[in-house]
Write a protein that binds this ligand. Structure first.
Ligand SMILES: *[C@@H]1O[C@H](CO)[C@@H](O)[C@H](O)[C@H]1NC(C)=O
Length: 437
């Protein structure tokens, strides 16, 4: 019974890839193993339908070893909205693959935006760059514990700035810092954004995107910091934001920060922009090296610089990373040794609740040691309930589930380190099919 149901469901594939004399059982098995878990450590994932022939909706009868299998294309008996529902229960990687089966399935999957929008958010994926130069790598699905070979659009190098929100990923180049793209990496949809205003070739920049889950409108923020000529302690600091509805930039803040400069970490949570700023003062005063700056970008009236509020970070940090988890600001940071502020003795996670830092967790010692060559620099990002932490020096990926307070290593990344200076980094994004740039 179960078997005939499968033959029914996946007959469209058989029609696509072989002639009428093929071995239907074998074909089915191949297809099932490509849809379900396989033993390979990674799989390639392509979001587009590449077949050239139109698939006819017809009934086919085939014989094999004396057994007659009657193949009926599912889409010829089930209405499209039932197929919609069936697809919506599949994990996202299987849906993407199902879309490449035939034109009919492709159109059903790409026209069911209403159902996708109502689906619970998928668990975020983590894209790991495995090359120092090219922006190549693999994406990790923490639910199926699988790595996928996906080809990111737009981004050219792994050192570009990346920010993601609700399925969209924003990239900015690291040379001119003016080429900005917004894309959905799953469906390879992308758009180039106008160049941001403000100083050219800033010394430090930061990028943040925030996408509204229901309207799909988005805001991009670029923060620029440039040293005032001949003055080591004064820095120009400016905030520019892009509105996807108006398709234009506006500059909200343009000021000189005495004693502080911007960095490369920022995030938007609940309409508030958070960024880390760095002391330009004498080294050694470790407690004062970083502060968190907050700025409400949800208000449309022009702001004055006095609306900027700063707050100390919870302890002496290296590598502070700002993350939006369900619109709550969460910071992951390397806890610096008291006397050697560039060496870390652990990694902590804090949440900002009602303006106060609350320690959420610390990476347990055995996991911290598991990074191997943790050279005090690591990448960390997250959304929904998950935080990913990855050392620049290795491919080990640690996943923390905030709701269950659980630490887990990812399945092993398909790439191994080939030379000592090979660096790894990455970012997290939600795999969503319905959102376009
Ligand atoms: C941009 O390039 C600079 C210089 O190579 C590097 O220090 C910085 O980490 C890069 N930024 C990002 C986001 O990778």
């Amino acid at each position: 019974m179960a078997r005939s149901l499968f033959i029914l469901s996946f007959s469209s594939l058989s029609l696509v890839s072989s002639g009428p004399t093929m071995d239907a059982d074998l074909e089915l098995e191949n297809y099932m193993s490509s849809l379900m878990e396989s033993d390979k450590s990674w799989e390639s994932l392509s979001a587009s339908y590449s077949g050239s022939k139109d698939i006819e909706r017809k009934h086919v009868s085939e014989g094999n070893n004396g057994v007659t299998v009657s193949m009926v294309s599912l889409d010829s008996i089930l209405p499209d909205d039932i197929l919609d529902k069936i697809f919506s229960f599949l994990p996202i990687a299987s849906i993407i693959r199902a879309a490449s089966v035939c034109k009919v399935w492709y159109h059903i999957i790409h026209s069911m935006r209403f159902i996708w929008a109502n689906k619970l958010p998928q668990k975020p994926w983590y894209f790991m760059f495995t090359s120092n130069e090219a922006a190549a790598g693999y994406a990790y699905d923490p639910v199926l514990r699988k790595w996928y070979n996906i080809d990111l659009p737009c981004i050219e190098k792994s050192n570009w700035f990346v920010s993601s929100s609700n399925g969209l990923v924003c990239f900015m180049d690291n040379d001119s810092r003016s080429r900005i793209f917004v894309c959905n990496p799953i469906i390879r949809d992308w758009k180039r954004i106008l160049e941001p205003p403000g100083v050219v070739f800033p010394d430090y920049s930061s990028l943040a995107i925030s996408v509204d889950r229901s309207s799909h409108r988005y805001t991009i923020v670029v923060i620029k910091s440039k040293q005032v000529p001949d003055d080591f302690s004064q820095w120009d600091f400016s905030i520019h934001r892009y509105n996807s509805e108006r398709k234009s930039w506006e500059s909200s803040i343009n000021m000189v920060l005495p004693g502080w400069r911007g960095g490369d970490e920022s995030v938007i949570c609940n309409g508030v922009l958070y960024c880390l700023i760095h002391s330009t003062g004498v080294a050694g005063n470790a407690d004062l090296r970083h502060r968190l700056m907050m700025y409400d970008i949800s208000v449309t009236t022009p702001h004055v610089s006095s609306m900027l509020v700063t707050k100390p970070v919870p302890c002496s940090l290296t590598c502070g990373r700002l993350i939006n988890l369900k619109e709550r600001l969460v910071m992951v940071g390397g806890i610096a040794k008291y006397d050697k502020p560039d060496i870390i003795k652990g990694i902590g996670i804090w949440g900002l609740d009602a303006g106060e830092w609350v320690e959420v967790a610390r990476v347990p010692h055995r996991f911290f040691q598991g990074f191997g060559e943790l050279d005090d620099v690591f990448a960390s990002s997250g959304t929904e309930d998950l935080i990913f932490i990855q050392s620049y020096g290795a491919t080990g990926l640690l996943v923390f589930d905030m709701s269950q307070k659980q630490w887990k290593w990812s399945a092993k990344c398909p790439v191994t380190k080939r030379f000592p200076l090979q660096l790894f980094t990455g970012f997290c994004f939600e795999p969503r099919l319905e959102i376009v740039s």
